[in-house]
Write a protein of this length. Structure first.
Length: 239
C-alpha cells in the first residue's frame, strides 16, 4: 500500500517539477511534496503501521523518493537561475570593443555669451577689445584716475587689498589707462569714423551697499577719444 503511494507520489511530483514554468511554481511543488505537511511527511507518519519486517524496505523507498525529488528540484532551480542570468546578460549586454563615448560638450556661461555679443557689436563700430590684470596696482586702480587716498570714491572701492600692496581690480577704468599708455596718443584707428576707441571688458570687485549682493560683477566700458563722433549714429549704422 505505502509502496504504491510512494511510487505515485514520486512520479506525480517529478512531472510537476518538469512542468513548472517559474520559480514560484517550483516552490509550490516543493512545499506540497517535501514540506513539513507535505505528502512525504504524511507517508512517514504511516510508517508505524507497517509490519516490522517491511519497515526497513519501505523506509529505503521513502528515502530514495525524497532524494530523487530533491535532486530534481535542485536541477530545475539551477535551470531557472541560469535562464534568469542569461536574460539579464542579454538585457545589459555591452560591446566592450566599442570606443568609449567622448566627453560631454560644454557651453559658454550666459554672462560670457552676453559679453561676447557686446564685444562683437563694439568691434563692428571700430573699437578694440582690451583686457587687463585682475590684480591691479594702486596707481592704475586709483592714482592714475585722479582718485587719491582721501577721495570719496575710495569709500566704495578701497576693498580687497593684498599683502604686496596690490588689490583686486574694482572697476574697468584701469584697463582704459593701460590701453591709452599702450596705444599712445593720438588714439586713431582705421575705421571709417576715424575715431580712436578702446573697449576694456573686465571683471571687477567693489563694496556693494546691498549686503545681499555679491562683490563680483562683470562690466564692459567703452572709451572713445575723438572729435565729431556720435555713438547713436554709429549704432544706427551698425544695426
Amino acid at each position: 500500500m505505502l509502496e504504491k503511494q510512494l511510487s505515485d507520489l514520486a512520479s506525480g511530483a517529478l512531472g510537476r517539477i518538469l512542468a513548472a514554468g517559474s520559480p514560484q511554481e517550483l516552490e509550490t511543488v516543493r512545499v506540497d511534496a517535501l514540506g513539513r505537511k507535505g505528502s512525504l511527511a504524511q507517508i512517514s507518519k504511516e510508517m508505524g503501521k507497517v509490519a516490522p519486517e517491511e519497515r526497513a524496505r519501505i523506509g529505503k523507498l521513502l528515502n530514495a523518493a525524497k532524494q530523487e525529488l530533491e535532486g530534481a528540484l535542485e536541477s530545475r532551480q539551477q535551470q531557472f537561475a541560469e535562464a534568469a542570468l542569461q536574460a539579464r546578460l542579454d538585457a545589459e549586454w555591452v560591446d566592450l570593443t566599442l570606443p568609449a563615448p567622448g566627453p560631454r560638450m560644454g557651453h559658454l556661461h550666459p554672462i560670457t555669451q552676453i559679453q561676447t555679443e557686446i564685444e562683437d557689436l563694439f568691434v563692428s563700430l571700430g573699437f578694440t577689445v582690451l583686457d587687463g590684470p585682475e590684480v591691479e596696482t594702486e596707481y592704475y586702480n586709483f592714482d592714475a584716475l585722479n582718485i587719491p587716498a582721501d577721495h570719496p570714491a575710495r569709500d566704495m572701492q578701497d576693498t580687497f587689498w593684498l599683502t604686496d600692496g596690490n588689490l583686486l581690480r574694482t572697476h574697468t577704468s584701469p584697463v582704459q589707462v593701460r590701453g591709452m599708455e599702450r596705444l599712445g596718443p593720438p588714439l586713431r584707428n582705421r575705421s571709417i569714423l576715424e575715431s580712436a576707441t578702446t573697449l576694456p571688458t573686465t571683471r571687477c570687485r567693489s563694496r556693494s551697499r546691498d549686503w545681499a549682493a555679491t562683490s563680483w560683477r562683470s562690466s564692459t566700458t567703452g572709451l572713445n577719444v575723438s572729435a565729431r563722433w556720435k555713438l547713436s549714429a554709429a549704432l544706427m549704422s551698425a544695426l
